[in-house]
Write a protein that binds this ligand. Sequence first.
Ligand code: 13P
Length: 222
Amino acid sequence: MPSTSELASDKAKRHQIIDACREMNRLGINQGTSGNISLRHDDGMLITPTSVPYDTMHVDQIVFMRLDGAPPARQRPSSEWRFHRDILKARSDVNAVVHAHPPYATILAIMGREIPAVHYMIACAGGDTIRCAPYATFGTEELSRHAVTALENRSACLLAHHGMIAAGSSLAKAMWLAVEVETLARQYHGALQIGTPPVLSKAEIEIVRTRMAGYGVGGSEN
Ligand code: 13P
């Protein structure tokens, strides 16, 4: 349980995390208690607790842990704290990480498919593909390593037989991207029903990336 002064210093962020969790429920990108969110704070991160329904989640259940260690004793952070910690450690451009099992992104992840450049909006995730990290058991260091690798030069990835991760310089941006990844997955899945979807070239996605710099939540403060 955080002390009163700790709670006061990061209360706004704790509320922000719970609001985002409930927004995932409203948007239909979360399934049950399977999603989790982290937000950089001081030399560590604030992260959702494990297996707590978002509707009943309370600010004092959000766990603070340092990026150079494991969770404090008697705290129950998300079972995925390792990849949240390791992504925030590896990426100084990232301040928030959103993980969920949205239906269409997860269908593609089950099939081990990356999302190719079927729509120009893929550029929002940093490149011409959204990679699918190989499968590893949830909560493990192996899964964390796969996630960090799949996110190289990207801000989103799929996790095979599992779900997706979206990262951003703010929680609003990570949430916006999580919705965009699910939209792209749905579009790709739909196009696959008709045939083999044509894809945009790497060069075109680079042009889009340049034109889009600063697009999305928060605009050019990216
Ligand atoms: P929590 O441990 O955060 O409840 O979530 C489980 C999960 O999503 C595993 O990937």
